[in-house]
Structure formats: C-alpha cells, structure tokens
Design a protein around this ligand. Sequence first.
Ligand code: PLP
Length: 387
Amino acid sequence: MAINFDEIIDRNHTQSFKYDTARESGMGFNAIPLWIADMDFRVPDSVTAALVKRTQHGIYGYSTIDDNYFDAVRSWFAKRHSWNVEPHWLVTTPGILPAVAAAVSALTKPNEAVLVHTPAYDRFNITVEKNNRRLIKSALILKDGRYEIDFDDFEKKITKNSVKLYILCSPHNPIGRVWTLEELTQIGGICLKHGVKIISDEIFCDFVHAPNKHTVFAGIKQEFADITVTCTAPTKTFNMSGLAISNIFIADDDIRDDFNDKLLANGIMGGGILPMLACRAAYENGAEWLDELLVYLAGNIAFVRNFLRDNLSNVKLIEPEGTYLLWLDFREFGLWANELKAFTAYDAGVILSSEAGAEGFLRVNAACPRSVLEKAMTKLAKAANAR
Ligand SMILES: Cc1ncc(COP(=O)(O)O)c(C=O)c1O
C-alpha cells in the first residue's frame, strides 16, 4: 500500500470534537474515542497541496463556485455512482445538516409530520423537532442479523400521520445497510403514492463494501428526482468534516427555489473558499486514496468480526454493508442504555456512540489505525471478562 493508514497521528489538543471533548468530559487520555463519525486518517496529499497553495495567496474574500468546481463534482458522481447531474441542480451549503434543516422547513409547515427510519442518526430527529415538526418513527426490523424496512408500517405511518416528508439515510447510519435498488424503488413508490417528498442523505455513499452497491435514489427515475433533495458531501469520504462543505442536488425548480429561500431566510451561504478547493482537489485526485482506504477499512471490519467471534462472543457484529461504522449488538451482555455506555467508556476505556431508542446496541467508529482498534477491542474484552 502506498498510503500508510497505520500511522498514528496525535489528534489531542487540535480542537477535535472526537478527542478533546472526550478528554474535557473527564475520560482522560487513556480512553480511546471511537464515537463521532470522523476518521483518524490524513486527507489525500492533493487536498493538502490545494489548501497550502491557497493559503500562500493569503486572501480569502467572498467566493463562489466555478465551472471547475462543478466539473469535479459532476464527474465524481458520474464515474463512481453512474449519476449525471445538471449544473443548475447544485446548491452548496456549509454541511449537510444546514441543508436538512432548510429542506425540512421548505417542504413542510409547522406541526406537519416528517418520518425517519429508526435507529436513526440522532441529528435528524433533533432537526425535525427543533423546527416544530412532528417526528414519526418507523422501526427497522432486525431479522437474522440484518435490518429490513417494514414497508407495511412505513406506509401505515405515512397515511395515519399525513406524513409530508421522509428522510432517507442511504447508506444508513448507524446500522450500516446499503439499500438495494428494489428497496429504494419500493420506498419511492410509496412516497409518490402518498405525496411525500424526500430528503435523501447520501453522505456515506462512497463507503460501500462489495458486493453491495450504492444506488443514488434520485437517479432511479425522473419521478423520484422530482420529489427529492439529494444531500452529498466530500467530507465523510475524505475526512474533512471540519471544512464544512456539501453539495445538494435538487432537480425540481420549485423545490429548489423554496430550499434557496429558506437558506436566504436563515443567512446560510455556500461553503467557503478553502472547503471548496478541498472538495475539488479531493474529487479530482482522491479516487486512488479512497480505493486504498476502502481496502484498509475492510481489513478493520474483518479484524473486529474475528475478534468478537474469538474473544467476546456475546457481542454480535451487525455485518456492515456500508459506512465505516459498526453496529454492535450487546443485548446478550446484560447491560442497557446509559449503563452500557458507561461500562464501555469508564470500565473498558473505549468511547462508543449510542442512539436513542436502540438500547443494547452501540456504534463503533472503525476508521482508525488497526492497532488502535486492536487496543480498543482488547480493552473491551478485558473489562467484559472481568465483570
Ligand atoms: C448520516 C449523516 N448525515 C449528516 C451528517 C453531518 O453532516 P455535516 O457534517 O455535513 O452536517 C452526519 C455526521 O455524522 C451523518 O452521519
């Protein structure tokens, strides 16, 4: 491998949410933070070079996207996801969450219902509720170790609550499903039938483990594109969440106008110059880095799978089809909710994430050097066996 993903880079005292917040909340340097979804790997060299070049210029005035930027984004989605986007569909925002919030307020009125599949990325729930919309949950069903959509429940909840908007997370954080073409087509059919619009958050689209394949929801057919706000970003893919840039695609003119109005109303403008240059450099020159990273991550996932089988067999890995997040089933372990999280953080010294409503499960961020993962898993097994 040309890129050394094994390198341990000290992220303490770098204003890192993942590292410094954990330390400030009293967990000390010894706790291994495998929680929030950013990676411990350095961005591709091409991204660093683009940023260094611009910092040497030294002027960071108001900036705009240009043809080169659009071409880099267009070509990434055409090559990697067989999805062709038009220039006028693109709206850039400083992150996906501002776009989700703008889309929620553009596509629904106060007190109208927005549906999510649970367990869900908790910021969706917060965004919906803080905008005074009703949050409707349809639980994914865990069947033979794999989560599935309960389509009857999905449709019933839509009709019963007059749901106006559905937030699709594809691939799904935290449970790691990569939705199939058939599932996405069924979702789209139900939404079209009941006049439900869709936010399709595809931030994890570049992390898909073979033989699974990511399908861009809006690329399936025009009718789906016409009701959808597709949220994409280079930030998860290339580990630059701190640069806050995302590319939102909206094919329908009316939806895009309403969305832009909400951005204006809230004073939200597209990304800054450094994020835009980083995005362009990553999409133009980062494909090889990503391909190597995906091989490395597959090795990390295999390590956790084997480790649990051999050392911690009452904790089950929900086999991830996508993302770098591993959803672990601790239900046989006998600890629940906060007790479980406290056990892993304080007894084992490994900081993991939980999601509301998914007691007995914790999420491991496996995007770190393998030696760190080995250390974390060993700490977890040692504390578990000492109980
Ligand atoms: C599914 C999903 N969407 C959106 C985000 C946040 O995106 P951004 O940092 O661009 O707001 C995250 C962050 O973890 C996420 O997991």
